[in-house]
Ligand binder design. Structure first.
Ligand SMILES: NC(=O)c1ccc[n+]([C@@H]2O[C@H](COP(=O)([O-])OP(=O)(O)OC[C@H]3O[C@@H](n4cnc5c(N)ncnc54)[C@H](O)[C@@H]3O)[C@@H](O)[C@H]2O)c1
Length: 347
C-alpha cells in the first residue's frame, strides 16, 4: 500500500503517493483525453508502462527548460485538439514536472494535471509543493506559477534505472531537508549512508517519505514563499551561483552551497563546529563534494545576479542546529569575507 501525504494549497489539494507503481497511474486519471508529457529518456525506458494517451516527448536537459519548449507543447496540444476536458500527466524528473505543470496551468487558463516523478530529486523535492515554471534569459525558474498537481506518484522502482550522478542530486536535497527540519532523519542518514549509496530501496523509501513530509509541512504553512518556505533554499543561493559559474550538476553545487552556508552559520556563532563537521561528513559519505576552489569574485557576481537578490542584501538560510534553520538578511560582502577567511585557514 502506498503511503499518502497531503499538500493543501490555495489552488487545491495535492496527494503525494509514496510507493505507488506507475502501472496504477490509470486509477488516478480519467479514462479519456490524457496527454502525457515526458522526456526522451523516460519515454524510451518506460513508454510500455504508460496508460492510453497522446504522448509528447521533449528532449532532455536544463537547456530545454524554456519558453520555446512550452510553445512547442502548446502547438502539439492545439494540433491534438486538447480541450478543457484534457488531463495532463508529466512523467519524468524535475524538468518534465516543472514544464508540464506550467503548461497545464496556462493552456486554456488551466487544465487538470498530475505527475509521475521518476528521479530521486523530483520525488524528494521538485514535484512536491506546486512550483511550476521555466528558465528565462539564463535566470532559473523566473517564469512560472504556483499551482498544485492533483497527485504525485513516487514509484521507487523507477529509480533502479537512474544514473548514479542523478541519485547524488537527490541525496543532496534529502540532506537539505534533514538539516533544516529533521534531526532524526539526519541521524538515520548518518547510520545508513552506505545502504543509501548502494540504492537500498528501504533506505530510499524513508528518504523520499520523510522529505515529502518535511517539504509538504513547510508548503502547507507558507505556499507562496513569503517566509518559512525560504528555508528550503538552504545551500541554494550559493549552489545556483556555483552551478552557473562552473556548470556543475545541481545536487553537487547545492552540496557545496550547504558547506558554505554551514560555515557562515558557525562563524556567526549560530551553529556548533561539531554539528557543522557532521554535515560535511554526511555529504562526503554520500559521495557529494565538500571542497571547492572557485573564484570568489565570480561566485559573488553570480549571486548578485540571482533572482533572489535584494540589492546587496539577500535572504540567506543558516542553521542554528541540525534540524533547525533560520533565515537572515545578510550582506553579500559578509559571505565573501567568511569564505575568504575559511579559505585562508585551510591553506
Ligand atoms: N519545482 C520545484 O520546486 C523544484 C525543486 C527542485 C528542483 N527543481 C528543478 O528540477 C530540475 C532538475 O530535476 P531532475 O534532477 O529530476 O533532472 P531531470 O528532469 O533532467 O532528470 C535527470 C536525468 O535523468 C533522466 N531520467 C529521469 N528519470 C529516469 C529514470 N527513472 N531512469 C533513468 N533516467 C531517468 C532524465 O531523462 C534526465 O536525463 C531543475 O530544473 C530544477 O530547477 C524544481
Amino acid at each position: 500500500m502506498a503511503q499518502k501525504i497531503i499538500v493543501q494549497g490555495t489552488t487545491g489539494k495535492s496527494t503525494v503517493y509514496i510507493g505507488e507503481p506507475i502501472e496504477r497511474l490509470s486509477d488516478h486519471i480519467p479514462e479519456e483525453n490524457i496527454i502525457i508529457i515526458t522526456d526522451d529518456n523516460v519515454d524510451k525506458l518506460y513508454r510500455k508502462t504508460f496508460p492510453k494517451g497522446h504522448v509528447i516527448a521533449i528532449g532532455t536537459g536544463e537547456s530545454i527548460k524554456n519558453l520555446e519548449t512550452v510553445q512547442n507543447i502548446y502547438e502539439a496540444l492545439v494540433a491534438h485538439e486538447a480541450d478543457r476536458t484534457s488531463f495532463i500527466v508529466g512523467i519524468g524528473g524535475g524538468i518534465v514536472c516543472d514544464i508540464a505543470g506550467f503548461v497545464a496551468s496556462t493552456y486554456l487558463r488551466g487544465v487538470r494535471f498530475g505527475f509521475v516523478s521518476t528521479t530521486l530529486l523530483s520525488q524528494v523535492d521538485a514535484s512536491v509543493g506546486g512550483k511550476n515554471g521555466v528558465n528565462f534569459q539564463g535566470y532559473k525558474n523566473v517564469v512560472g506559477v504556483f499551482n498544485q498537481p492533483e497527485f504525485v506518484l513516487c514509484d521507487l522502482n523507477l529509480l533502479k534505472t537512474l544514473p548514479r550522478r542523478e541519485m547524488l542530486c537527490g541525496f543532496s536535497e534529502v540532506v537539505k531537508h534533514a538539516a533544516i527540519g529533521d534531526a532524526d532523519l539526519f541521524k538515520y542518514l548518518e547510520d545508513n549512508h552506505e545502504k543509501a549509496v548502494t540504492g537500498d530501496l528501504s533506505v530510499i523509501h524513508r528518504m523520499v517519505y520523510d522529505s515529502a513530509v518535511i517539504k509538504s509541512a513547510v508548503v502547507n504553512r507558507d505556499e507562496r514563499e513569503k517566509g518559512e518556505r525560504r528555508k528550503l533554499n538552504f545551500g541554494h543561493t550559493i549552489g545556483h551561483a556555483v552551478e552557473k559559474t562552473t556548470g556543475m550538476p545541481h545536487g553537487q553545487a547545492v552540496s557545496l552551497g550547504m558547506v558554505v552556508a554551514t560555515e557562515v552559520s558557525t562563524r556567526k556563532n549560530l551553529l556548533q563546529k561539531s554539528e557543522a563537521d557532521r554535515i560535511k561528513t554526511l555529504l562526503k559519505n554520500l559521495g557529494l563534494p565538500t571542497r571547492f576552489d572557485i573564484d570568489r569574485k565570480r561566485l559573488l557576481h553570480a549571486m548578485r545576479k540571482d533572482k533572489k537578490r535584494e540589492l546587496n542584501r539577500i535572504h540567506f538560510v543558516l542553521l542554528d542546529a541540525i534540524g533547525s534553520a533560520v533565515v537572515e538578511e545578510i550582506e553579500l560582502e559578509e559571505i565573501e569575507t567568511i569564505m575568504a577567511e575559511a579559505g585562508q585557514e585551510k591553506r
